[in-house]
Write a protein that binds this ligand. Structure first.
Ligand code: UP5
Ligand code: MG
Length: 192
């Protein structure tokens, strides 16, 4: 199998729950490779070609990009890191069908790390970031649409993996360091 021996962690949580922030800290401490599906898509947008424009329009509406694109981007990125202990697949799968196709065609996940956070807290963080960020989806209209997509499409993914006993939940409403203290214990306790 292509990625055998490497731990595969899906990292989910609503928009602004702190997925990217916590993944960066896991990278520093545990040497995992962090692949944000959203970042990979934004890199495609930056190419400025026709496909990039299509992706940009979807993201501005808070909708989901066709999974064939995301899965191909993730697989290509994973192939560049054959030696790492594991992958943090951040912001993916966004709906159940995406997880099914990824696990069939790329690799099965070991567990799903879920950053649980209230919309009130997430909205405040994203609006604060919007003062300085270049992200086209950090405006109140798109933020509301991202929340709606998360509830309708992505929460069922959490339910699905919950049924398989593969969800590890973290209370993400707290400060960065408090959240990471829990994340650190979790990763520190994983079998080698
Ligand atoms: N911050 C973080 N943690 C904090 C804490 N504990 N206390 C206080 N502040 C905290 O954090 C967000 C902001 O909050 C930052 O300013 C941070 O400093 C602060 P971040 O770590 O960036 O949170 P994250 O959960 O990563 O938020 P992000 O905005 O990236 O989440 P989204 O899920 O909305 O964005 P993503 O990039 O994953 O997806 C964007 C779009 O791409 C989607 O809407 C969708 O259109 C598309 N997409 C797909 O179609 N398919 C995919 O598979 C993936 C994405
Ligand atoms: Mg992110």
């Amino acid at each position: 199998v292509e990625f055998s021996g490497q731990r595969i962690v899906f990292v989910l949580g609503g928009p602004g729950s702190g997925k990217g922030t916590q993944c960066a800290k896991i990278v520093d401490e545990f040497g995992y490779v962090h692949l944000s599906a959203g970042d990979l898509l934004r890199q495609e947008v930056a190419k400025g070609n026709e496909r990039g424009q299509m992706i940009e329009n979807i993201m501005k509406e808070g909708n989901l990009v066709p999974q064939e694109i995301t899965i191909e981007l993730l697989r290509d990125a994973m192939r560049q890191h054959k030696e790492c202990p594991g992958f943090l697949i951040d912001g993916f799968p966004r709906e159940n069908q995406q997880g099914i196709q990824f696990e069939q065609e790329v690799v099965e996940s070991d567990f799903l790390l879920f950053f649980e956070c209230t919309e009130e807290v997430m909205e405040e963080r994203l609006l604060k970031r919007s003062e300085t960020s270049q992200r086209a989806d950090d405006n109140i209209e798109t933020i509301k649409k991202r929340f709606k997509t998360f509830v309708e499409k992505t929460l069922p993914v959490i339910d699905h993996y919950e049924e398989l006993n593969k969800v590890k939940r973290i209370d993400a409403n707290r400060g960065v360091d408090e959240v990471f203290a829990d994340v650190r214990s979790l990763f520190g306790a994983l079998p080698p």
